[in-house]
Design a protein around this ligand. Structure first.
Ligand SMILES: Nc1ncnc2c1ncn2[C@@H]1O[C@H](COP(=O)(O)OP(=O)(O)O)[C@@H](O)[C@H]1O
Ligand SMILES: [Mg+2]
Length: 458
């Protein structure tokens, strides 16, 4: 009997504790990491650092001086030397650690052991980045941060920058229009493309920039952002009228830049400009970001005449992509596929859209369209995205690398609210006035008297 009570007394709380820990780990991995994972992994790292490094082949033979010193002082065994370790810096998602490489080692050696290190220290993943020659940053991630994405609080973008998603190493993925002017987002239906675009619109809404939308799915995705849009086209006919206006705007901006360049001698060099950012602030035209949702809908043709119109629009988009950057006009295109089937010049347009994000795709061909020119492993990673994780994508880096990213969830209502709240930020662009979308009337608070009762008469 006493055995049973002891078992109940001890076993009960232990089981409750274990169950609670498992629940926290599943539901609140961040909290679990801070409370349990971090101390455990730190202890493991501190206690096993030398032996793990040795097992991973990351140690070097000790110098002769060291051998002498060890023999003289301890008479113990002379162990191989692991890379010198910096202080362990805990973060909310993992921990970071700097290593000074031993002579003869390169960062790739450490990166090759990342999988072994992750198992040895019981973390979700280990990433290696080079800080400077001879020093690498080891970023240990405690749990799968892409399962339920929460952006780091520090992730706030500057001008024309939007922290749009989280990378799997828990750093924010920033869409920076000044660095990568044009972007292409590919993915099957329901893969999360519109969510990605929604984040960009909401992020840019609070900045001084004109937002223009082409959404040929009758505006279902972009129309809710109407209060903040300077122009919106919801069918190919409207788009065919809007694009020449944007081209004209771009040419006007080039004229402005040219006029500035023909300036009096004696003007300081730094004032001579080749894009709008070199112009003095009061003369600088406001940047424009053109969103195209479902590009295939825009290029859909049924008749010969429509085909002509399509080819013209492709040419106009190519011109915008080629020359837009200097005029501060940026493209953000998304679609399910982007191949030669979209018409003459489509592949040329794709080549101009350098920022690539590939969501889940139905076939390898689509992934190749998005990432084929970046890396074959990126294509394979994009093909492996599961359907139950919408928003997960593979993004190409400017450096030629790639990373897995996922957008946080943002409801359409919240994004629309952001746009409504920043409606006063819509810049004054006279050329786009005719395309300004009608702002839907705010829903009336009390809907009781909206419908007037009408007497039914015979
Ligand atoms: N990052 C995400 N986290 C959670 N749900 C998402 C995420 N991205 C997209 N979704 C959901 O997936 C569905 C499809 O997303 P959507 O952006 O409309 O896809 P697409 O435009 O590619 O067809 C939507 O219901 C959306 O709420
Ligand atoms: Mg969509």
């Amino acid at each position: 009997m006493t055995d049973l009570t002891t078992l109940l007394e001890v076993g009960g709380p232990v089981a409750a504790l274990g169950g609670g820990a498992a629940y926290t780990r599943a539901k609140h991995p961040g909290a679990y990491w801070s409370a349990v994972g971090l101390p455990m992994s730190t202890a493991r790292l501190l206690s096993s650092y030398g032996s793990v490094m040795e097992a991973c082949g990351l140690t070097v033979a000790p110098s002769r001086l060291r051998v002498l010193a060890v023999k003289a002082t301890t008479r113990g065994e002379v162990r191989p030397v692991p890379p010198r370790r910096g202080v362990i810096r805990p973060t909310t998602t993992g921990l970071r650690l700097r290593l000074r490489l031993a002579p003869g080692q390169e960062p790739a050696d450490v990166a090759a052991s990342a999988e072994r290190l992750r198992h040895a220290w019981g973390v979700h993943a280990v990433y290696v980045t080079t800080v400077k020659p001879g020093v690498v940053d080891l970023r240990l991630v405690g749990y799968d941060v892409l399962r339920k994405v929460r952006m780091p609080r520090k992730a706030v973008g500057g001008s024309l920058q939007v922290p749009v998603a989280l990378r799997e190493d828990a750093t924010p993925f920033v869409r920076d229009y000044r660095v990568v002017p044009h972007g292409l987002t590919l993915g099957a239906t329901l893969s999360g493309k519109s969510m990605y675009q929604r984040h960009l619109v909401a992020g840019l809404a609070r900045q001084s920039v004109a937002l223009v939308g082409i959404d040929c799915k009758r505006g279902v995705e972009l129309a809710p952002f109407a209060p903040r849009l300077s122009a919106l086209a919801t069918d190919p006919e409207q788009a065919a009228e809007l694009l020449p206006v944007l081209i004209k705007e771009m040419e006007d901006r080039y004229d402005l830049i040219k006029a500035r360049q023909r300036i009096a001698p004696g003007t300081p060099d730094e004032e001579i400009t080749s894009d709008i950012w070199g112009l003095p602030e009061q003369e600088r035209p406001v940047p424009v970001v053109l969103f195209v949702d479902e590009v295939a809908e825009l290029f859909l043709v049924a008749t010969k005449k429509e085909e002509e119109r399509r080819d013209e629009m492709v040419t106009q988009l190519i011109r915008l992509a080629q020359l837009g950057r200097a005029a501060g006009i940026y493209l953000e295109v998304c679609g399910q596929r982007f191949g030669a089937e979209l018409g003459k010049g489509a592949t040329m347009l794709r080549a101009q859209l350098t920022g690539r994000v590939c969501h889940r795709v139905n076939d390898e061909g689509s992934a190749k369209m998005a990432l084929g020119d970046i890396a074959p492993e990126a294509v394979a990673a994009a093909c492996a995205i599961p359907a139950e994780r919408p928003g997960l994508a593979v993004a190409g880096d400017t450096s030629g690398g790639w990373s897995r990213i996922r957008t946080p969830y943002l409801s359409l209502a919240d994004a629309a609210e952001t746009c409504r709240a920043s409606a006063d930020m819509v810049p004054d662009l006279p050329a786009l006035k005719p395309f300004r979308p009608a702002v839907p009337v705010q829903p009336v608070e009390s809907s009781a008297s909206v419908v007037q009762p009408r007497p039914v008469t015979g």
